[in-house]
Design a protein around this ligand. Structure first.
Ligand code: ADP
Ligand code: MG
Length: 429
């Protein structure tokens, strides 16, 4: 609508130009301008006019004296042609009249014998002048109209080009946006599908592991204290416990794990977590907590969230082999469409309690970043990482109808942010 309005404005302006050129009169000099014209300039102009008059008289005199023809004073024809071409036939004719007056006066002074009987050459000369004024006035106007028409078309074309470019840019931006949203949705669906598969396997697996754990515990209990089999039974128990921990994380990822829902205060939770984490990290890592005192309380699984934050804390530790800073920050965040787009989220818009875990570690390579939350994705050596930590964090965020995202810079560090809904406004993207 706006662009159409602009175009209309432009056409109107061009029409105005055409009207102006139809009268073919050059802009009249501004009277205030001439008033302000410096004295010196006026004198120069007067001098030039005087000089031209003198030259005109001399030429006229020479022509009359040697050729003795009254058709000769046609010097004005060039000027008449120019004025008629530029300013129209009326201006040309006015000049012819002026020229005639001027020449007649000159004749009266210089060659009164010619003026006594008006010679036919003089009449022909005037008629030629009038013809030239009319013809050039007509064609001059046609040319001016044509120039204006071309101008109008050029302007219209330019504004059309502008509009087309703007449109193309908008379509491109919208397509890019849609592609991005599509990518987020595809990723979310992929995680959902893996979650289903992993969840059903983990569920059955867990049942078998509970049986193995139960029987190995019984074995340890029933065996004689000095029996060499005790060590084997303990090994079975230990392996089964590790496997149970893994399946528990798989269940957390697939959201198959039920948990009691209680009011969660993230600040209190972090305060409880810090001593636990401190014992697991080196002294060269400084742990701090930047708390939002007004952070709202929400309903959720305290143990689940604590284990998610512990996972994030341990990953941060692993990324800071030479020490650094680990900072927990809580905030109340208004998740709007812009925030969602910026962080590639599909959660509903609304108010969220957010907790960020920031480290000053290695940062994450783009290739690793793409797969961060996928189960069993790890860059750590065998026995050091299972690749289930972030998958569990993802599942825990999802089971709270929240979200998790990471921001990273190679060599500077990484920040993971978990969002928990407090008050939702709209359905997810
Ligand atoms: N804070 C971090 N800084 C750098 N890389 C990280 C960070 N957190 C996670 N990662 C990367 O993500 C991978 C997956 O993490 P995770 O799912 O917790 O599995 P794991 O810790 O067992 O490897 C890690 O192997 C590591 O490459
Ligand atoms: Mg981990």
């Amino acid at each position: 609508m706006k662009s159409n309005g602009q175009q209309g404005q432009q056409t109107m302006d061009s029409g105005k130009n055409r009207d102006q050129s139809a009268s073919e009169a050059p802009d009249p000099p501004d009277p205030s301008e001439s008033k302000n014209m410096p004295r010196q300039q006026t004198l120069v102009l007067a001098g030039v006019i005087l000089l031209f008059s003198l030259v005109y008289f001399v030429l006229l005199f020479v022509a009359l004296h040697f050729v003795r023809s009254s058709a000769l004073p046609t010097f004005g024809i060039v000027f008449v042609s120019y004025i008629a071409w530029r300013n129209g036939a009326v201006a040309g004719l006015a000049l012819v009249a002026l020229n005639h007056l001027w020449t007649s006066t000159a004749f009266l002074i210089l060659a009164p014998e010619f003026t006594r009987s008006y010679p036919p050459e003089a009449i022909i000369s005037i008629l030629v002048h009038i013809g030239v004024a009319l013809l050039l006035g007509y064609f001059g106007r046609l040319a001016a109209d044509l120039r204006n028409e071309i101008d109008v078309r050029k302007k219209a074309e330019a504004s059309l080009m502008l509009l087309q470019n703007e449109l193309e840019q908008r379509v491109e931006a919208r397509t890019r946006e849609l592609e991005k949203v599509n990518e987020f949705l595809t990723q979310a669906r992929k995680m959902e599908a893996i979650g289903h598969l992993a969840g059903s396997i983990a569920h059955d697996f867990n049942n078998y592991l509970n049986i193995i754990l139960g029987y190995s515990a019984l074995l340890v209990k029933k065996l004689e204290p000095d029996s060499p089999l005790i060590e084997w039974a303990l090994n079975v128990e230990k392996a089964a416990a590790t496997a149970a921990e893994l399946t528990s994380q798989l269940l957390a990822f697939s959201r198959k794990k039920k948990f009691p829902v209680r009011p969660v205060n993230l600040n209190t939770l972090i305060q409880e977590l810090i001593p636990l984490l401190s014992s697991a990290v080196k002294h060269s890592i400084a742990i701090s907590h930047v708390a939002d005192a007004q952070l709202p309380v929400f309903d959720g699984g305290v143990d689940q969230i604590k284990s998610a934050l512990l996972n994030l804390g341990l990953n941060a530790r692993d990324a800071m082999k030479n020490g650094g800073a680990l900072t927990f920050t809580t905030k109340t965040v208004d998740v709007n469409k812009e925030y969602r787009r910026k962080h590639g989220l599909t959660c509903a818009t609304g108010t969220y309690a957010s907790v960020s875990v920031a480290d000053t570690g290695t940062g994450i390579e783009p290739e690793v970043f793409k797969h961060l939350f996928e189960p069993f994705f790890t860059t750590k050596d065998e026995g050091k990482g299972t690749g289930m930590g972030l998958a569990a964090v993802y599942g825990i965020a999802q089971s709270h109808h929240g979200a998790v995202f990471a921001e990273t810079e190679l060599g500077s560090g990484t920040t993971f942010t978990m969002l928990f809904p407090v008050k939702l406004l709209e359905t997810p993207a």
